[in-house]
Ligand binder design. Sequence first.
Ligand code: GLV
Length: 318
Amino acid sequence: MKKKILVTRKLLQQNESRLQQLFEVKFNKEDKIYSKEELLELSDGCDGILSTIVDQFDVDTINKLSSSIKIIANYAVGFGNINLDAARKKNIAVTNTPEVLSEATADISILLLLGASRRAYEGRNWVEQQDWKWQATAFLGRQMSGSKLGILGMGRIGREVAKRARGFNMEIHYYNRSRLKPDLELGSIYHKDIKSLFSISDFLSINCPANKDTVHLINKDTLKYFPKHAVIANAARGDIIKDDDMIEALKNKKIFALGLDVYNGEPKIYPEYLKLKNVFILPHLGSATEKTRVAMGDRAIDNLKVFFEKGKPKDLLN
Ligand code: GLV
């Protein structure tokens, strides 16, 4: 008998077809974001859930899940939307989709750094007004090439950012919980603490997971460490930045510009960001290429398949 799976959001056709071959599937044709109540109701009697980052599996929701649910396969590398402890206590396996989205997300980190530092948003606005002219003195940005790049979180995505930044002839520095081996470090300079990293970061790329150690890591106090006119890009999670403090730093040009793909309380955005010209924003699309989204779907499906066939999927988190 095929296992029953709730797929909480619409996926690419290729992934949905494979799911249908392997499982009895409840799809979300309208691609609606389900409330906690709907998640509970729709997953009732299912064996597993293929979830996305918009689905909140907090302690209460997990405790109320039907006892038939044995696995939540998250279609994301991040898993802040799922309380792993509560899942473990209820004997529910949780998996994510690492590796397959590192390159696409690193591409977006570079786009955020470039878009912010070279004032892409202001430039586009000016062109739209149709009265622009070339000027030697206008739209001066900060130059990535030859500058120092700090990478906060040197996991797979951070290392892909480093690879790209080498092409820009940047000097690469990083902070990570532990120092990488030389074959992964590839000449990047390790900093034991964030003060030391931030104080040399003309550019900073945020690529660490959000957890109790990183929430609001960029705040009034730590923003002081940066060189004047630094550029920051966040393609990781919104809650790593304390928005009020960042706005202040952007207004007084301590931070020259900010690139954001992720937000506190997404899809809401802290309204002040929309008022500032030196903020370059995207709607959380770090992994949004066909190639990557198909690969993420396949990875989540593989996790479900292996779990039901053998018990221990590759990307088990708890
Ligand atoms: C995207 O934000 C992910 O965690 O995959």
